[in-house]
Unconditional design. Structure first.
Length: 117
């Protein structure tokens, strides 16, 4: 009996504007940066927050997503909170930032700074 493996779902999906923002960040990155990294540190009133920072080395358990403009790493300890999420870059007259549609989030604080799973 043959076993068929199903394709592994994407850890994180990105919009075209998120890809463009990563390219913009990498075009202005410090010389030693190898990409940007998404993590979910404990912060805010709900417990976890999204954080995107430059990274200078890849960690063994980080998920690597190669984009046309540079590499996005997803923190290995955060990946379970983010599977199936959509990462977007949104700008309007007053704010600009990455926005996440996270099916794993069970709640968020009123200001949008943090979420809980």
């Amino acid at each position: 009996m043959a076993t068929t493996l199903r394709a592994r779902p994407a850890a994180l999906n990105l919009t075209a504007t998120a890809y463009a923002r990563i390219a913009d960040l990498m075009a202005r990155a410090p010389e030693d940066a190898i990409g940007v990294k998404l993590s979910t540190p404990k912060r805010g009133c709900s417990g976890l927050a999204y954080s995107v920072d430059y990274v200078t080395e890849a960690k063994p358990f980080d998920e690597r997503i190669d984009t046309p403009g540079g590499t996005l790493f997803v923190d290995g300890g955060s990946i379970l909170y983010l599977i199936g999420s959509m990462m977007d870059w949104v700008e309007d007259d007053f704010t600009a930032g990455f926005v996440f549609q996270n099916p794993n989030a069970k709640g968020a604080c009123g200001c949008g700074e943090s979420f809980t799973v």
